[in-house]
Design a protein around this ligand. Structure first.
Ligand SMILES: *[C@@H]1O[C@H](CO)[C@@H](O)[C@H](O)[C@H]1NC(C)=O
Length: 271
């Protein structure tokens, strides 16, 4: 018994060290604009980004007043130049947004408040994949049992079916903080908006989303307990049933309990 405990302890220590090492050295978190934050000031973001090298896995933190501002990610330099936020890739508006840079290439951010954008609230960053760093192994999600990934609609994906389809789909499941929803769809005809309230959900009102996803393969992590609402903003889709309500509860098991439970499954039992 005590030997088993020692083995647990040792493995836990190793895994913790490994995780800490990974997170300490391979990813940097940048506060956009440093002490200025995310605001309308001419030229500061170009200057801010110039001295830095962004790597896949790094994150940007945007801090601003959410009452008249947001972070709108757009797909190209042209949209940035013209402050065109009409077809965003993603919209963040918590006032403290952490955006992970998951892919190499240019990433474009601006305020969807046109006058703010025009007066300089826009940012372009070039993200490189550093070949000298090994791609971090998919540790947290695949190996550690820290959360389930649910493909919304299972094999049917995120599409218009009958009006009760997603209702039934979510009612049969129990969602916990740390789980993720994977929305799969054709991004030419569909999208995913997270909205904040029951009224908007009932009315299929897409006008003030909390987040907008449109890659066609969107992984949305459920980080907070409570009710979460997702709709499509494409004409008629939500009304026809393309809307999802999920109730997220706090898991009864702490991450450490889950870890221990998982470790137990690795150790052969002798009776
Ligand atoms: C846009 O930003 C300005 C400040 O530059 C603010 O006065 C205005 O209310 C904002 N507009 C919207 C629609 O939030």
């Amino acid at each position: 018994m005590s030997t088993t405990k020692k083995i647990f302890g040792f493995m836990l220590l190793m895994i913790t060290t490994f995780t800490v090492l990974l997170s300490c050295c391979s990813a940097t978190v940048y506060k956009v604009g440093d002490s200025d934050g995310w605001t309308a000031k001419d030229g500061i973001y170009r200057h801010w980004a110039e001295g830095k090298e962004f790597h896949v896995g790094d994150s940007l933190v945007f801090e601003y007043d959410r009452n008249f501002n947001d972070v709108t990610q757009v797909s190209g330099a042209l949209e940035l130049e013209y402050c065109d936020s009409s077809s965003p890739k993603a919209v963040y508006n918590t006032g403290h947004d952490v955006v992970a840079l998951k892919e190499p290439g240019y990433h474009h951010f601006m305020s969807s408040n046109h006058s703010q954008c025009v007066s300089g609230q826009r940012l372009e960053v070039l993200v490189v994949h550093d070949p000298s760093l090994p791609t971090p192994p998919p540790l947290p999600r695949k190996i550690l049992p820290l959360g389930k990934i649910y493909t919304v609609g299972d094999s049917k994906g995120w599409n218009v079916y009958d009006s009760d389809f997603y209702n039934k789909w979510s009612e049969e499941k129990e969602f916990h903080v740390g789980d993720s929803l994977l929305f799969k769809y054709n991004n030419e005809v569909n999208n995913v908006l997270e909205i904040s309230g029951d009224l908007e959900f009932k009315a299929c009102d897409p006008t003030s989303p909390v987040a907008v996803h449109k890659t066609g393969h969107d992984l949305v992590r459920l980080t907070e307990p409570g009710v979460h609402y997702f709709i499509s903003s494409k004409t008629g889709h939500c009304e026809a049933g393309l809307k999802l309500r999920v109730v997220v509860s706090v898991s009864k098991l702490s991450p450490i309990d889950r870890l221990i439970r998982w470790l137990r499954t690795l150790i052969p039992h002798h009776h």
